[in-house]
Design a protein around this ligand. Structure first.
Ligand SMILES: [Fe+2]
Ligand SMILES: [Fe+2]
Length: 318
């Protein structure tokens, strides 16, 4: 059963809460799994305002809780481990990836606590988000559109992680913000199925044309759809900004600027989610979008950014 379905089936009934409080009352040391369960029960998802977008199942509660931790300055490894432990399927998935050649960790990682100790808090959150996004898309038929959406998200995330220090953004935050920036496209695809699929399989003149068609046919563009979803899911403000404004004109040099540039470069490396004619080459994007002071530094990194995008896509392919 996919993790999102399992999370929806999570028992939030008063009797379950009573049983949990009884468990706590009779246990001298707090049971880490019970603590995690109690935390998850506070992760409600508000879906009333979503309309057809509610067809997209939300991230698992544990992932939403992990992402909300971006709103706090200090997060302890033990807290992350407790949250992950409360979701056995996510735990199994994470341990599978952490023990794969991708992370090249010596010895075997056997628990979330061990995993967080080896990877660190930010990497663990990034991994959980990657798996959550993959779960959203891998549940759909593996059409070329779904695969393009996935590759664009992963490529943007890998590029953002590499460039984050230049924007004085935390690497993990940059990675996750870019990973989720086009969440609205997945929402519109879930809500409108073939109608959005036909838009996504047509080659368009420009991004502006795509946004205009989305507004005309579906009543909102994917930025607005993503804003509704990320607000209903309770994602932190630092992530919602990129989701909502990544196609706006702006001269931001922090998280939003990082997401915008990562999305453009992913397109330039030919990882477009919806095809449009003559996307800017990476060199053109540098010229037209990047502040002069950053040109040299970023231009020197173009090759390694493209390589990072390819490698990350390969690592998380489904
Ligand atoms: Fe977009
Ligand atoms: Fe994008």
């Amino acid at each position: 059963m996919p993790s999102w379905l399992r999370s929806l089936a999570f028992d939030r009934s008063p009797s379950a809460a009573k049983a949990l409080s009884g468990l706590k009352a009779h246990t001298a040391e707090p049971n880490p799994v019970a603590v995690g369960v109690a935390l998850l029960q506070n992760s409600s998802v508000e879906t009333l305002e979503l309309g057809p977008l509610a067809k997209l199942p939300p991230f698992a509660p544990v992932v939403i809780r992990l992402l909300r931790l971006f709103d706090r300055d200090e997060v302890e490894q033990a807290e992350i481990a407790r949250l992950v432990e409360a979701d056995p399927a996510l735990t199994a998935e994470i341990l599978g990836v952490v023990n794969s050649p991708l992370y090249a960790i010596r010895g075997r990682v056997t628990s979330p606590a061990h995993g967080v100790a080896m990877l660190g808090v930010e990497q663990m959150k990034a991994l959980a988000t990657t798996l959550a996004m993959r779960a959203l898309l891998s549940g759909s038929p593996k059409t070329p559109i779904v695969r393009r959406f996935w590759k664009h998200s992963v490529a943007s995330a890998a590029i953002a992680q590499e460039m984050a220090p230049l924007f004085t953004v935390d690497k993990g935050l940059g990675y996750i913000a870019a990973m989720v920036h086009d969440l609205g496209r997945i929402g519109l695809l879930a809500a409108h199925g073939e109608a959005y699929g036909s838009l996504a399989t047509t080659v368009h003149q420009s991004v502006e044309e795509i946004l205009e068609i989305e507004r005309t046919r579906f009543g909102m563009d994917h930025c607005h759809a993503g804003a509704l979803l990320s607000r209903a899911w309770g994602l932190p403000k630092s992530l919602r900004e990129g989701v909502k404004h990544h196609h706006d004109e702006c001269s931001d040099r922090r998280i939003l600027g990082l997401v915008q540039l990562s999305c453009r470069l992913a397109n330039g490396f030919m990882f477009q989610s919806i095809l449009h004619r003559n996307p800017h080459t990476p060199a053109e994007t540098m010229e037209s979008f990047v502040p002069k002071a950053m040109h040299q530094d970023l231009t020197a990194r173009l090759q390694s950014l493209e390589l990072a995008a390819f490698q990350t896509i390969e690592s998380f392919d489904f």
